[in-house]
Write a protein that binds this ligand. Structure first.
Ligand code: HEM
Ligand SMILES: [Cu+2]
Length: 549
């Protein structure tokens, strides 16, 4: 410490160029390196969780028992859910935030560069604990990603590994969130007021607050589970005076905001991409910000819609039902604004735009099936059927995952300095959207017809739609190899060098730095005029209001 005070380092001495090879990544403090680590980690988890999904779909291709014991089937569904949510989608969004926020805000790095390193490096051990649980006596957790007791209270030591894994994941999320919030609040370029930041910064900010609010709730729930399992407490054990329904309340107070933790960053990404390719400012910028905040606040009040079937008073059912429906209002505002942004725009349909439009259409389908489920008397019919599986995959795959694909294609030129192959990008899009629908649309009908979720076998009348869904799933999975190939091909040079500003309509600050983005950018904040110009394009309406004042 003394030497560094006595001998001030220059930036390049501090930087990771210091470290060669693996050490660059292990000791990474640069937001771009850490963003890259997050994104590759998320992709590895996406493949892992994806293989598990295909194992599930293989078993469900035919009625009867083919490949797995029922216990192992349940471990597959549970791990698939946990890995996709905590290992793939959430880290991918954090990776994007790390990579893009400093660039978009005109900041040199994230606020706490060394903590950022820890936020990432907690993830691989957490993932290892989850995967090791497959090989311990009793196997991996098999009570579903919701870990409901009494199943989770009685499970083998795989459950303890999962609990510790969730502790690590929560720590990582909280540290990542502190970093995101501090960066956004304190490190914006001069001239960039809160209501002028790119919408992706807004949704990242609100998401980070959500995470800080609910990650400890989940940690508390699983810690109570742990003490029930090993230290003689009876929080959730009816025989000891506890109540398993208490777990559901605590879990869903975390769990519902969690779905918005996976949705809001997607909204932010799409709100960057649609204006770019429509060559128009985002319609209703300020209403987008308010809608984001309203969704976040409402998300804390609706957890009971996951518990309609546990036996709650009709008044409570009505309360949760109406509040849930209320979320459709700000969400509708967003969908309306995206469409209005495209309205009479000079649209082009490069891959990021295709995924963004695919997102808007299919996320709306997921939203409508959610609205259906929010109706308490309907939900008592649909609870734990494949209708629910269809609903949340429209939100999570066509929503969160498609927005991530959109983001990767959108920013890949900035990251790598090379253009991806547009034809192959489009092929990936059309392939994915077709097979996604083939996989998940029939699940609505299976659910309506009464096929329960989380079962390895089913009655004969469900055969055809299940076969269709399984074929769809394998084709969808195959298509993701094309995505992997596209990305690798781009990193290796793609179809040639990318200009600094590859998209004509892209006006936010990240397009003002070179492609590939140099290791250090914005060491001095961007010129205030630059900030203004970018932001005028971001939200003309609002800028005019601001000028009038
Ligand atoms: C696109 C490829 C995917 C396929 C084919 C797929 C398939 C499946 C299947 C067959 C189930 C089990 C349903 C059951 O019987 O209970 C399932 C559950 C689940 N999936 Fe996916 N999934 C995919 C992607 C994703 C993604 C990207 C997420 C993101 C978060 C996700 C989250 C979940 C969750 C949370 C569950 C519930 C697990 C549980 O019931 O405990 N899935 N998925
Ligand atoms: Cu919910």
């Amino acid at each position: 410490m003394m030497t560094s005070l006595a001998h001030p380092h220059t930036h390049s001495e501090h930087s990771a160029e210091h470290h060669a090879g693996w050490a660059r990544w292990l000791y990474a403090t640069n937001h771009k390196d850490i963003g890259t680590l997050y994104l590759w980690f998320a992709f590895a988890m996406f493949i892992t969780g994806g293989v598990m999904a295909l194992c599930i779909r293989a078993e469900l291709f035919h009625p009867g028992m083919q490949y797995w014991q029922p216990e192992f089937f349940n471990q597959l569904t549970t791990l698939h859910g946990i890995i996709m949510v905590f290992g793939a989608i959430m880290p991918a969004f954090t990776g994007l935030a790390n990579w893009m926020l400093p660039l978009m805000l005109g900041a040199p790095d994230m606020a706490f560069a060394r903590m950022n390193n820890w936020s990432f490096w907690l993830l691989p051990p957490a993932a290892a604990l989850l995967l090791i649980s497959l090989f311990v006596p009793g196997g991996a957790p098999a009570g579903g990603w919701t870990l409901y007791p009494p199943l989770s209270a009685q499970a083998g030591m795989g459950m303890d590994l999962a609990i510790f894994s969730i502790h690590l994941l929560g720590l990582s999320s909280i540290m990542g969130s502190i970093n995101i919030i501090t960066t956004i609040l304190n490190m914006r370029a001069p001239g960039m007021t809160m209501l002028k930041m790119p919408l992706f910064a807004w949704t990242s900010l609100v998401t980070a607050y959500l995470l800080i609010a609910v990650a400890p709730v989940l940690a508390g729930a699983v810690t109570m589970l742990l003490t029930d399992r090993h230290f003689g407490t009876h929080f959730f054990n009816a025989a000891g005076g506890g109540d398993p329904v208490l777990f559901q309340h605590i879990f869903w107070f975390f769990g519902h905001p969690e779905v918005y933790i996976m949705a809001l960053p997607a909204f932010g990404i799409v709100s960057q991409i649609i204006p770019t390719f429509a060559r128009k400012p985002l319609f209703g910028y300020v209403s987008m910000v308010y809608a984001t905040c309203s969704i976040a606040i409402l998300s804390f009040m609706v957890w009971g819609h996951h518990m309609f079937a546990v036996g709650m008073p009709a008044t409570a059912q009505l309360f949760f039902m109406f509040l849930t429906m209320l979320i459709a209002v700000p969400t509708g505002v967003k969908v309306f604004n995206w469409i209005a942004t495209m309205w009479q725009g000079s649209m082009t349909f490069e891959t990021p735009m295709l995924f963004a439009i695919g997102f808007v259409c299919l996320f709306t389908v997921g939203g409508f099936s959610g609205l259906v489920l929010s109706i308490a008397p309907i939900d008592t019919q649909m609870q734990d059927t494949y209708y629910v599986v269809a609903h949340f995959h429209y939100v999570l795959v066509a929503g969160a995952l498609f927005s991530l694909f959109a983001a990767v294609y959108y920013w890949l030129p900035k990251w790598t300095g090379f253009m991806y192959h547009e034809g192959r990008g489009k092929l990936h899009f059309w392939w994915s959207i077709v097979w996604f629908n083939v996989t998940f649309f029939p699940m609505h009908f299976l659910g309506l017809a009464g096929m329960p979720r989380r079962i390895p076998d089913y009655a004969l009348q469900f055969t055809d739609f299940n076969a269709v869904a399984s074929v769809g799933a394998f084709c969808f999975g195959l298509g993701q190899l094309l995505f992997f190939y596209n990305v690798i091909h781009t990193i290796r040079g793609g179809v040639g060098p990318a200009p600094d500003k590859p998209w004509e309509g892209g006006n936010t600050l990240e397009w003002e730095v070179a492609s590939p983005a140099p290791h250090h950018t914005w060491e001095s904040p961007p010129d205030i005029e630059l900030v203004r110009r970018g932001l005028i394009a971001q939200a003309v309406e609002h800028e005019e209001e601001g000028d009038a004042r």
